[in-house]
Design a protein around this ligand. Structure first.
Ligand code: FAD
Ligand code: NAI
Length: 477
């Protein structure tokens, strides 16, 4: 193997592996360095997303939702099942198989595209005489040195640690730990009512855990549209998740029996509560440890992110950074699109990412999804808007599915009718949002969606009706 490349990508998650494939498609000689190793000691591509993030969490959400349906949805259909039980080992084995299939798939894709894949830790060591970047790859104490004209850093993020609740991998766990429980904790405590807390809290509650979610923030899901957040809180609470905001956690103590937690509620009441396990999901921090950033002068901001402009250029020539390690949403699709943009820019094309049209999805039941501006953001910015809203309770397909909670909300500019934001809380919101993303990307007006034929009966008719609602002409409410 020659040690000289056009592009070296450090990190093989959705930012890095997609960047590497796109570089190779564009004829660039590309290497991808990744250090991920699973508990079985085997290297695996796909980063956080495939190994301990998006994919395993969705596998468990699907299994647990199926289980919950037996008790809560089937009876309405006249189906009764007695003695239903869940085999956690089988559920975890299924999840493991999905992860293995998909991470193995990435390995094949890199091979197919002739990307040189190196397992190990990558770090900058300096410049060659020709002005190329020199990168060291370290595996089990052995080092190899590569050079390339361009380097794309895609080193991702790691769970944020809280001094008050340090991870021990047993009682106090991060996302990887909570995705791998081998039995259902009778009482699960969660610090952080964010995306991970709500998704994994839902999984274990559906399987029988008593789940309490504690969040320091004053508001529930502050990034979501306020009306959506209120509806989600109502539905999740109704299902049995105990969610407390405005909480201050002062101490944790682990023992053989569990984790004792001391916290003050919003109104100042001091509470002592013991949980079998505690998931800490209080955000994630960009991962730049051991990257050699100091050595080459790669700028990192006060919050630990690699500084990058809107095209993911860093302060160093021909060094780019994408995904969780740079500003913006920590989402797999955002990381991948940045990877594509950078590859195309290296190849002299004009790749770009429209940061205004990135969809957000929370895979609870009901699902939550949005794109564009929230109503509170528009109010704050003083933008005049019209609003169309349609409840799933008035949608035929939702009734057939026994999934009538939630609504779709369209927000459009009052003068031009241009769509500014779409917000959904309801069944298959993760799929429905795609229509809204296309609409925002194409600068559609609400009327454009209102004039499109939507199949009947379908959940998508709620999108149509909400679009009609912007001009106060919904048909079914
Ligand atoms: P990562 O996926 O973190 O990959 C970085 C890779 O770089 C890792 O393999 C790491 O080992 C490697 N690496 C780091 N430093 C080095 C180095 N110096 N040398 C070599 N290798 C290195 N996002 C969604 O869009 N949808 C979801 O449903 C979703 N669910 C999630 C659920 C959970 C529980 C979690 C934790 C996250 C979830 N996310 C989801 C977020 C998503 O996983 C991340 O946004 C995404 O993985 C970021 O991609 P990345 O390529 O930037 O980084
Ligand atoms: P998050 O940012 O979504 O939520 C963290 C929560 O923890 C916040 O509500 C915050 O107020 C709270 N918090 C912070 N410090 C606290 C403290 N000391 N005490 C109590 N509460 C505290 O982060 P989360 O859930 O850890 O997820 C990390 C990232 O992973 C997210 O930013 C998200 O982008 C990504 N992710 C995406 C998913 C998806 O797209 N469906 C699923 C899961 C994760």
């Amino acid at each position: 193997m020659s040690n000289s490349f056009d592009v070296i990508v450090i990190g093989g998650g959705p930012g890095g592996y997609v960047a590497a494939i796109r570089c190779a498609q564009l004829g660039l000689n590309t290497a991808c360095i990744d250090e991920w190793q699973n508990d079985d000691g085997k290297p695996a591509l796909g980063g956080t997303c495939l190994n301990v993030g998006c994919i395993p969490s969705k596998a468990l959400l699907e299994s647990s939702e199926n289980f919950e349906r037996i008790a809560h949805t089937f009876p309405a259909h006249g189906i009764s099942v007695s003695g239903a039980s869940i085999d956690i080992a089988a559920m975890q084995a299924r999840k493991g198989k999905i992860v293995k299939t998909l991470t193995g798939g990435i390995e094949m894709l890199l091979k197919k595209n002739k990307v040189t894949r190196l397992h190990g830790h990558g770090r900058f060591v300096g410049n060659s005489d020709e002005g190329n970047w020199c990168v060291e790859v370290e595996t089990e104490g052995k080092s190899e040195f590569l050079e390339a004209r361009h380097v794309i850093v895609a080193t991702g993020s790691a769970p944020r640690t809280l001094a008050v609740a340090p991870f021990d991998g047993e009682r106090i766990v991060d996302n990887a730990g909570a995705l791998s429980f081998q039995d259902v904790p009778a009482k699960l405590g969660i610090i952080g009512a964010g995306v991970i807390g709500l998704e994994l809290g839902s999984v274990w509650r559906r399987l029988g855990a008593e789940v309490t979610v504690l969040d320091a923030g004053a508001a529930f899901l502050p990034a979501a549209d306020e009306q959506v957040a209120a509806e989600a809180l109502k539905q999740l609470t109704r299902q049995g998740l105990k969610i407390h905001t405005g909480v201050t956690i002062s101490a944790t103590k682990t023992s053989k029996k569990g984790v004792a937690l001391e916290y003050a509620t919003k109104d100042g009441t001091q509470v002592k509560e013991t949980f079998d396990r505690l998931l800490v999901a209080a955000g994630r921090t960009p991962h730049t440890a051991g990257l050699g950033a100091d050595r080459v002068g790669l700028k990192i901001d006060a919050r630990g992110y690699i500084e990058a402009d809107q095209h993911c250029r860093t302060n160093l020539p021909n060094v780019w950074a994408v995904g969780d390690v740079v500003r913006g949403a920590m989402l797999a699709h955002k990381a991948s699109e940045e990877g594509v943009m950078v590859a195309e820019r290296i190849a002299g094309q004009a790749g770009h990412v429209n940061y205004e049209a990135i969809p957000y999805v929370i895979y609870t039941a009901p699902e939550i999804a949005w794109v564009g501006k929230t109503e509170q953001e528009l109010k704050q910015a003083g933008v005049a808007y019209n609003k169309g809203q349609f409840p799933f309770a008035a949608n035929g397909r939702a009734h057939a599915m026994e999934e009538t909670a939630g609504f779709v909300k369209f927000l459009a500019d009052a003068q031009t009718d241009r769509l500014l934001g779409v917000h959904i809380v309801g069944p298959h919101a993760s799929e429905l949002i795609a229509e809204a993303v296309v609409a925002l990307e194409f600068h559609a007006a609400a009327e454009d969606i209102a004039r499109i034929v939507h199949a009947h009966p379908s959940l998508a008719e709620s999108m149509h009706e909400a679009a009609l609602g912007v001009a106060k002409r919904t048909i079914h409410i």
